[in-house]
Design a binder for this molecule. Structure first.
Ligand code: NAI
Ligand code: MG
Length: 357
């Protein structure tokens, strides 16, 4: 298989961990005879320094020509005083919008070696393995008007969705449910919101096309409770932008560490942008101690969701799991009787396992 992958290191630890993902992908390519071409471009603060914009045209064009994009992280104190319009984070919002990436995926799965690091009880989280599918380009975060009124005495935000925006995300979620345990939970607030009522109608309508998938509807308040009291009852969760933002951060505590979580932003075709959930961690940047696992697991998601290479993705995930079970980890994780190693060392251990199979 021949694929073109754009690497966007970004800022801070993004510039370190992106090469961990590249190294693991090169091992996969060698072992399975794939040809992965890598093209590196700037985004975020480093793009501001060089091109005066967080998303240069050549970066966007390279992404548009690629099969998938891997991104490290953007931002840092150096650019914090810039106006919002030209800050590094704007590059990220813009690239998702320009590439039409409307479906954000966050798989959450506990690693047995890290289970004690979660604030939740082991018996609650041990079998949890869920996927949150969040609508990313509509809803409250993009609705107009969004403004102060009456000389600052009142304020309005708008929750706006067009039917097709809901249909496409719901379809995507049904497709993921079909690839997994065939259970879909649609989260809304249909007892008070008109947008949620329409959301529910669309889910019920679409479910006719996926008779093998079991559908349930749940209010967002109930879902947020169930996520930490009985997370293993979920398979795929689909929800609108703001509910998804909140629920996916809540779900991240199940794994016990920010550095472990991958994510994907996708659309109706196979193209996607893959990145760890964490930021650029300026406090540890340049020290060679960043945890590359969230980035490496994002590369695994890319293989699975954009290239259909499920076997290769699973090999990477198992290599990460084994490495943790053997006790090798960066300083941000705690493993009893574990051994603290650097970013490069943990990457090499994983790469060797991937090479051996
Ligand atoms: P952060 O995720 O960068 O860091 C939070 C804490 O977690 C820090 O103590 C950091 O050292 C630690 N941490 C995060 N990822 C780690 C990893 N892979 N290995 C080891 N430790 C890790 O969030 P923070 O500090 O709020 O933001 C820092 C910068 O990152 C800001 O400029 C922010 O805007 C940006 N940011 C960018 C994101 C992105 O590119 N998608 C997402 C979140 C924040
Ligand atoms: Mg958030």
């Amino acid at each position: 298989m021949e694929k073109r992958i754009v690497l966007l290191p970004g800022d801070g630890i993004g510039k370190e961990i992106i090469y961990s993902a590249k190294k693991v992908l090169q091992v996969i390519a060698e072992r399975f005879n794939h040809s992965f071409g890598f093209i590196e471009k700037q985004i975020g603060g480093s793009a501001i320094d060089e091109f005066n914009t967080p998303l240069p045209k050549e970066t966007l064009e390279a992404c548009q020509r690629a099969d998938a994009v891997l991104l490290g992280a953007v931002g840092g104190p150096k650019w914090d005083s810039l106006p919002a319009e030209i800050r590094p984070e704007r590059g990220l919002l813009k690239i998702r919008k320009e590439l039409g990436l409307f479906a954000n995926l966050r798989p959450v799965k506990g690693f047995s070696a890290l289970i004690h690091a979660s604030p939740l009880k082991e018996e609650i989280i041990k079998d949890s393995d869920l996927l949150i599918v969040r609508e990313l380009t509509g809803g409250l975060y993009f609705g107009q008007p969004s403004e102060r009124r009456n000389n600052g005495e009142a304020v309005v935000d708008t929750l706006y969705y067009e039917k097709n925006e809901i249909e496409r995300i719901v379809e995507k979620a049904f497709q993921f449910a079909q690839m997994r345990k065939k259970r879909l939970t649609s989260v809304d607030k249909a007892n008070v919101l008109e947008s949620s009522k329409m959301w529910r109608e669309i889910v019920n309508e679409k479910s006719k096309n996926y008779p093998d998938v079991t559908v349930e509807h749940m209010y967002v308040d109930a879902a947020s409770m169930k996520l930490i009291t009985n997370p293993s009852s979920f398979d795929v969760i689909v929800t609108e932008n703001m509910f998804g933002d909140i629920l996916s951060d809540e779900a991240s505590v199940l794994t016990g560490s920010l550095g472990m979580l991958p994510s994907a932003s996708t659309r109706s075709d196979s193209f996607g942008l893959y990145e760890p959930v964490h930021g650029s961690a300026p406090d540890i940047a340049g020290k060679g101690v960043a945890n590359p696992l969230g980035m490496i697991l994002s590369a695994a998601l890319m293989l699975r969701y954009s290239f259909g290479l499920d076997k290769e993705a699973t090999i990477i995930e198992e290599a990460v799991n084994e490495t943790l079970i053997e006790g090798y980890h960066t300083p941000d994780l705690q493993i009893e009787n574990g051994k603290i190693v650097t970013t490069d060392e943990v990457t090499s251990i994983i790469a060797d396992k991937v090479a051996e199979g």
